[in-house]
Write a protein that binds this ligand. Structure first.
Ligand SMILES: Cc1cc2nc3c(=O)[nH]c(=O)nc-3n(C[C@H](O)[C@H](O)[C@H](O)COP(=O)(O)OP(=O)(O)OC[C@H]3O[C@@H](n4cnc5c(N)ncnc54)[C@H](O)[C@@H]3O)c2cc1C
Length: 483
């Protein structure tokens, strides 16, 4: 080859875009506070990725031709695209890519069970550790102010939609409709918005400022929030349609009615449902003592019953409220616990004791007569039998295995049910569990009413609730704009 031809070939290869080659670096470690230091206050456990962390992590992505990660995302976020934009340091573009499908990346990045969703499908996870997609999503969400994205809405179309409930499902629906030019009002029973994101999930996992910021960004889109507005008590669907001129209603009232253990002594002072305990701490600011002096019992020996995210949140909150010892009692084993892996890991790191294969038989008081409180709990050991309807092996009691442990505060976190308010608010068909019957687009038996989130599925996840809100918004828009 002549020197001239060699030079031309070299120039060509320099001009051609470099082929992307993923690094073989290990998964970027999270920036977590030390367990011993963080376990006694409500500071965030994880401080999130820096830009350098995000670029390093994005460089691990294999850029698969068929990206399975997207199949794992219930709202279909274009994950490979935003990862590529991170590599190019196009932060604004990456955030816009996520926000096309998910209005709440700061929240989902923090609380989604990624190990069962996007990260669970990442090819890298088959032999090693998946790309930390949740951390990347969270980091981009947190950059919204820095990259300054102005809300974009279509011109007003003259149609009005009411949303009842300001949890993730309600706000996802409200945001999507506002972008399409609808006039949206969210009616919320509490004095503040966010649903479980505010009253359930503690500050150390999801700071309230982030939820407030997301709600403010909906207000920037023109969504109007009416607080202290209990649908089914103060007004109902007919009034919204006939007196207030709304064209459609989306019901996203959640399923927050707690289940009980139904064992003797369960009504003793000192025994809370997780719902009440976490609401006192999060919404009524018991965590913010002494600024707020909210009544909540500070136990020495706190026992939590359950194995899901709610149980982990209650256990870790009790520790931060000053308990000497917090025990999580679960009737199956850790392998069957429905909580996110990260929560189980963090709870153990912080010193929560895990007592597997036990069920409560009875709460025993401290013998103080009329002013008695709970002092002990009597437990029975269990063993796992055949799988039940949920596919998990059924716990069965072992006769003669009873024992007692000290317990001056008990918190039950064994699931929740539908609140009967739904029926009072709108004439819609319910199933045998009191959940609203709705199709995959959220349509109910009432042609003007859509529903989604936990009130349709039963207690589920933030991202599923949001996905339902988004689908219902599309269905509402299609219906109303065709009229
Ligand atoms: C403690 C806890 C921790 C959790 N952790 C996780 C997690 O880590 N990851 C995850 O993915 N999921 C988690 N979940 C589950 C998740 O939060 C829920 O699946 C999700 O919030 C459901 O959203 P939603 O909008 O359907 O209902 P909700 O969030 O329950 O919101 C319903 C809203 O409707 C309002 N409302 C109810 N009735 C009325 C009425 N009559 N009128 C007006 N307003 C009304 C309520 O006040 C509430 O604000 C957790 C749940 C709890 C309780």
């Amino acid at each position: 080859m002549s020197q001239e031809v060699k030079n031309a070939a070299a120039a060509d290869s320099a001009a051609a875009p470099k082929k992307y080659r993923p690094t073989r670096a290990p998964r970027t470690a999270p920036n977590e506070e030390l367990a011993a230091e963080r376990a006694r206050d409500f500071r965030p456990v994880d401080n999130g990725f820096t830009k350098a962390d995000a670029i390093a992590e994005a460089n691990r992505c294999l850029d698969c031709k068929k990206p399975f990660c997207m199949d794992g995302c219930p709202v279909g976020v274009h994950i490979p695209q935003f990862i590529e934009q991170i590599r190019a340091e196009d932060w604004g573009g990456a955030l816009a890519t996520i926000k096309d499908d998910n209005l709440l990346p700061s929240i989902c990045g923090r609380v989604c069970p990624q190990e069962n969703q996007c990260e669970g499908k990442c090819i890298l996870g088959r032999k090693g550790e998946p790309v930390a997609i949740g951390q990347l999503e969270r980091m981009l969400g947190d950059m919204a102010d820095e990259v300054g994205q102005a809300p974009v809405c279509k011109p007003k179309n003259g149609k009005k939609v009411a949303v009842v409930g300001s949890g993730p499902s309600g706000i996802a629906c409200a945001g999507a409709l506002a972008r399409e030019g609808f006039d949206v009002t969210v009616f919320e029973a509490f004095f503040t918005g966010g649903g479980v994101l505010t009253y359930g999930i503690p500050e150390f996992r999801l700071p309230k400022a982030i939820v407030k910021h997301e709600i403010a960004s909906l207000e920037d889109l023109g969504v109007h929030f009416e607080y202290n507005s209990v649908a089914g008590r103060l007004f109902d669907a007919d009034e919204l349609f006939n007196d207030e001129g709304f064209d459609a209603l989306y019901m996203a009232v959640g399923a927050g009615l707690p289940n009980f253990l139904n064992v003797p002594g369960e009504n003793l002072p000192g025994i809370y449902t997780a719902n009440e305990y976490l609401t006192r701490s999060n919404l009524m600011h018991a965590y913010n003592f002494p600024e707020y002096d909210t009544p909540i019992r500070h136990g020495k020996h706190v026992v939590i019953f359950g194995g899901g995210n709610v149980a982990m949140d209650a256990a870790r909150t009790a520790l931060r409220l000053g308990a000497e010892e917090v025990t999580l009692a679960y009737r199956r084993t850790e392998a069957e616990m429905p909580a996110r892996l990260a929560e189980v890991h963090h709870a153990k790191e912080e010193g929560i004791k895990f007592l597997e294969l036990v069920a409560p038989l009875e709460f025993i008081d401290d013998g103080q007569g009329r002013s008695a409180s709970v002092a002990k709990v009597r437990l029975q050991r269990m063993e796992l039998g055949e799988p039940d309807a949920s596919g998990r092996r059924r716990p069965q009691p072992i006769e003669g295995s009873e024992f007692e442990i000290p317990c001056d505060v008990a918190i039950t976190a064994i699931g929740t049910r539908a609140n009967p308010f739904a029926k009072l608010c709108a004439d819609v068909e319910l199933n045998k569990w009191g959940l609203i019957e709705a199709d995959e687009n959220g349509r109910t038996s009432n042609p003007r009413v859509w529903a989604g989130g936990d009130i349709v599925t039963g207690a589920a996840t933030v991202i599923l609730a949001m996905g339902a809100g988004k689908k219902a918004a599309a269905s509402i828009a299609e219906t109303l704009l065709a009229e």
